[in-house]
Design a protein around this ligand. Structure first.
Ligand code: AMP
Ligand code: MG
Length: 419
């Protein structure tokens, strides 16, 4: 049976997301030092400027040798070589090495031009000894070139390294530095303002009066934004007063790419976002067929700044962030992965789902069996949009399509992983 609130004029999650993404533009790019680029998104493909490894170098502490000298070495017939040089890491020397000679070499040092193989110290009688003149090789290396890391065996100069749209995490930064980059072209960091509307909200720790509650959406969204690579430039609580909201927005609008407002978007008597911004036409308001997150507001200014109005219910705000706002912010950064990872997992317990609305249920992962992760709703009520305390345990949201009416234990559900 269709839920009574679903009627003409409602839109699907996909339709509303499309509306937002269609209005979202990638921001311009800028060059920044690579070491300061963590978390930024690459604006252009990177190719290797240096080969990795940058030169043939030793994989072990030991002795650089000529393969022909040691190919037959064994415990029964050890090979004694003259030690004619010493190469600590970073040494620029290229000691000459004739037949029957070896050079002490440390991990990472350039292999001498006249050597082709490295014998680890463990395969010698003496090991590494100060001032040693000879070394006795007890075990032949398995093949010529053994324990030599080859120039360019990971990437060669000019090879593709990282693609535009990649978020620079710690491993990307290491790869780019190793391949010779010091600066990168990244997309400008989006600037976001988040305001929580509601005359009942208290955000300064002062004692709560009757009917007042602690503000939580603004703090949650500020952190979610930071995790999405966004700079939060303004935050605050605005009472349910049209004039006040209009004034606050006038002050911050010019230096933000996105303004997120929570609360005041539905059809209540004091729904400030809807009354203040709907009447001017700056924002439109839609009933989206989803639970939670049904009332949504969205607008775009003439110069391309986004205005997003999310429902005030904390779970609704959290889900709406994942479904609509985060994808837009990542698209703004040119990210190739604008969506959370989705994994299909069985549920531990069933629950009813509302037909005609895409349902998002906060779930925690049960990882006790590494071979089969499962998910369980974080609250018994499953989808109450006010159950913010249980939301703390969520690892993700199970997404049930509009037509689903019931989920049974063991059913497979798609889970949007948020942690
Ligand atoms: P609204 O969307 O303004 O009708 O708010 C819906 C519910 O969410 C009400 O119970 C509000 O008190 C609560 N709420 C709204 N904004 C916040 C906020 N920033 N932090 C915590 N709860 C909120
Ligand atoms: Mg409100």
């Amino acid at each position: 049976m269709a839920a009574p609130h679903v009627g003409a004029g409602t839109v699907s999650v996909q339709e509303h997301l499309r509306r937002i993404l269609d209005a979202t533009r990638r921001l311009p790019s800028e060059r920044v030092p690579l070491r300061a680029a963590a978390g930024r998104t690459l604006a252009a493909d990177l190719r290797a400027v240096l080969a990795v490894p940058a030169f043939d170098n030793s994989a072990m502490d030991g002795f650089a040798v000529r393969w022909a000298d040691v190919a037959q070495a064994s415990g029964d017939s050890p090979v004694v070589l003259d030690v004619v040089g010493d190469l600590p890491a970073g040494s620029e020397h290229d000691p000459a090495l004739g037949p029957g000679q070896a050079v002490r070499i440390m991990t990472g040092s350039v292999v001498p031009t006249q050597a082709d193989t490295v014998v680890p110290l463990e395969d010698t009688r003496e090991g590494l000894v100060d001032g040693q003149a000879h070394v006795t090789v007890l075990t032949a290396p398995r093949h010529e070139g053994r324990h030599v890391r080859r120039l360019g065996e990971d990437v060669a100069v000019g090879d593709p390294l990282l693609r535009a749209g990649t978020r620079l995490g710690p491993r990307h930064v290491a790869a780019a530095l190793s391949a010779g980059h010091t600066e990168v072209e990244v997309v400008r960091t989006p600037r976001l303002a988040v305001f929580s509307t509601g005359s009942e909200l208290v955000d300064d720790g002062s004692p709560l009066g009757r009917g007042q509650i602690p503000e939580s959406n603004g703090a949650m969204i500020a952190q979610l934004a930071a995790e999405a690579g966004v700079e939060v430039v303004h935050t605050g609580v605005v009472p349910d007063d049209d004039g006040h909201l209009v004034e606050v927005l006038r002050e911050v609008r010019h230096d933000t790419d996105v303004v997120v407002l929570t609360g005041g978007v539905s059809a209540g008597a004091y729904d400030v976002v809807k009354s203040a911004l709907g009447s001017t036409g700056e924002m439109g308001f839609w009933t989206v067929r989803m639970q939670p997150g049904k009332p949504q507001g969205f607008g775009v200014t003439a110069d391309g700044r986004l205005l997003v109005g999310l429902p005030g219910n904390p779970v609704g705000a959290a889900v709406s962030w994942e479904v609509f706002v985060r994808p837009a912010l990542l698209t703004m950064q040119g990210r190739s992965d604008a969506h959370r990872r989705v994994v299909r997992l069985p549920v531990t317990d069933g629950w009813p789902s509302s037909e005609g609305r895409t349902q998002y249920v906060a779930v925690e992962l049960d990882t006790s069996d590494p071979g089969q992760w499962r998910v369980r709703p974080v609250s018994v009520g499953c989808s109450g949009s006010h159950l913010v305390a249980s939301l703390a345990r969520a690892d993700g949201y199970a997404v049930l399509p509009e037509e689903t009416t019931q989920v049974e234990a063991g059913d497979l559900v798609d889970v949007l992983l948020v942690d």
